[in-house]
Design a protein around this ligand. Structure first.
Ligand code: ADP
Ligand code: MG
Length: 464
């Protein structure tokens, strides 16, 4: 199998996660991969109509999927499989695609500028972003609880709800989870979820088209308005757009309608935004989402693997949790890479394969952390001596630091089990393996061990 054929299923899977299933069936089931290099992805499509449609609507989605799976962002090229027979212009005419394909009539595509239009906003929701797939923990507990409450009884307790946090920490996931639940359980409510950019574009075009009244009607009639990435309002918006948003906000707020906003920074840091708007954001609940802890990273990795129908060995999950602590998006990217790499190499997922798959991310770290670093950090942290770690003694006070040191060596360096055993008084590889297993289970049951492992890992990685 050529390499591109092996990764293509992973890329397709990633695309599938990001588009509606009907759209996926219509536009991607018939597409084959012709070639893939870091520079270009060439897709083999049934006819020119596919070519035009995919080019117009899905290039970005495809590129993002390739980036997630392979780490590079190639251009997307198309080759048309066969010259279209007369009249054979629509996907429906090619057979496998569903007869009643969705979307506007073929050939005439929607003007670019109308993509944000509220009428089709549910199409832009990611159907994976639901509460069931969201892992809650200390780093997002308040945000999660408030989101749940709002999805149950919008407009009551937390209004407005202002959600903020860094990139890839789950803001979009959570805000869409509220949207999904309301769509499913409160059909009588008039809701609208959209990105701030879409809100701004919609406003600008309503000004251009003399449709400001219509615009107002659309937004001010909502029972629930959810706007993602509201920080764009101060980065890209003109005053008049901010002004319009301010009035929209007031109109909804004053009639007790729920407003949910997400942002990459807290309200007070939304500079350039009018003070009166900033202070209104603080009227309700402001909740911050933080980086997940070690245990939470593990829980998230488990969930993400499970959603992909995979069970990854514990050792692999711990390895990823220990080496990737930047964002949930990066954790997810790691799983995607490992799974793709395993099918590419046709090998089972184990720690060696994981290391190779995540080489770019992890190696620079592993290369610089030495056995000495680990021993120094562990002896200092637990106030034990090197000779204790190497001795045969098995008292709990020594055994646990020793096991933790072995576990850290396993996840943060490239030493083999035998080599690690060698550093600790010549223990054999099964002892090291057992130690690592033990620490992994303690991390999940004993907070003091979890804290120690997390603290030591951070300390070791930061000394680079
Ligand atoms: P943000 O909008 O804050 O930049 P996203 O909501 O896009 O982040 O999240 C990035 C990725 O991480 C998404 O695929 C999302 O499903 C996942 N994610 C983030 N937080 C969680 C969580 N707590 N549980 C499960 N998945 C999460
Ligand atoms: Mg987002």
């Amino acid at each position: 199998m050529a390499p591109h054929e092996a990764v293509w299923p992973a890329i397709l899977q990633e695309i599938q996660r990001n588009v509606r299933s009907q759209q996926f069936d219509t536009w991607f089931r018939n597409v084959e991969v012709a070639d893939l290099s870091p520079q270009a992805l060439t897709l083999n499509v049934p006819n020119t109509f596919y070519h035009q449609w995919l080019k117009r609507h899905y290039v970005d989605t495809i590129q993002r999927a390739v980036l997630t799976v392979t780490g590079s962002r190639p251009s997307v090229e198309f080759v048309v499989r066969a010259a279209p027979a007369s009249g054979e212009l629509t996907p429906a005419a090619t057979g496998p695609a569903p007869a009643a394909h969705p979307g506007p009539p073929p050939v005439v595509s929607r003007p670019e500028g109308r993509r944000y239009y509220p009428a089709d906003w549910t199409a832009r929701l990611n159907k994976q972003y639901v509460f069931e797939s969201f892992v809650s923990g200390a780093s997002n507990a308040v945000a999660h609880a408030a989101a749940r409450a709002i999805a149950e009884t919008p407009g009551q307790a937390y209004n407005p709800f202002f959600l903020h946090g860094g990139v890839g920490l789950g803001k979009t996931h959570l805000i869409q989870a509220i949207t999904h639940q309301l769509l499913a359980q409160r059909p009588e409510l008039n809701l609208l979820y959209l990105s701030c950019e879409n809100f701004m574009n919609h406003f600008i075009s309503s000004v251009q088209n003399n449709e400001r009244e219509k615009f107002r009607e659309i937004y001010r009639n909502k029972d629930v308005l959810l706007i993602d990435d509201i920080h764009f309002l101060c980065k890209g918006a003109r005053e008049v757009t901010q002004e319009e948003f301010f009035h929209t906000f007031n109109a909804l707020y004053n009639s007790g309608k729920q407003i949910v906003l997400s942002s990459d920074c807290p309200p007070q840091e939304l500079t350039k935004l009018e003070e009166r708007l900033v202070s209104r954001f603080k009227w309700g609940l402001v909740a911050r989402m933080d980086l997940p802890s070690y245990e939470m990273r593990l829980a998230i990795l488990r969930k993400k693997a499970q959603l992909r129908g995979r069970v990854l060995p514990d050792e692999v999950l711990h390895f990823i949790a220990e080496n990737i602590d930047s964002s949930v998006r990066d954790l997810e990217g790691a799983i995607v890479k490992v799974v793709a790499f395993s099918s590419l190499m046709n090998k089972p997922i184990d720690i060696e394969l994981t290391r190779d798959a995540l080489r770019d991310t992890v190696n620079s770290i592993a290369a610089t952390i030495t056995m000495d670093d680990i021993i120094k950090a562990v002896t200092a942290h637990f106030q034990v001596k090197l000779s204790d770690l190497q001795a045969k003694r098995r008292t709990q006070s020594i055994a646990q630091p020793r096991q933790i040191a072995m576990h850290l060596a396993r996840t943060l360096t490239r030493h083999s089990l035998e080599e690690i055993g060698g550093y600790f008084g010549g223990r054999d590889h099964t002892t090291v393996m057992h130690a690592c297993d033990r620490v992994r289970s303690l991390v999940e049951t004993d907070p003091s061990v979890a804290n120690a492992v997390e603290h030591l890992t951070t300390q070791l990685r930061n000394k680079r």
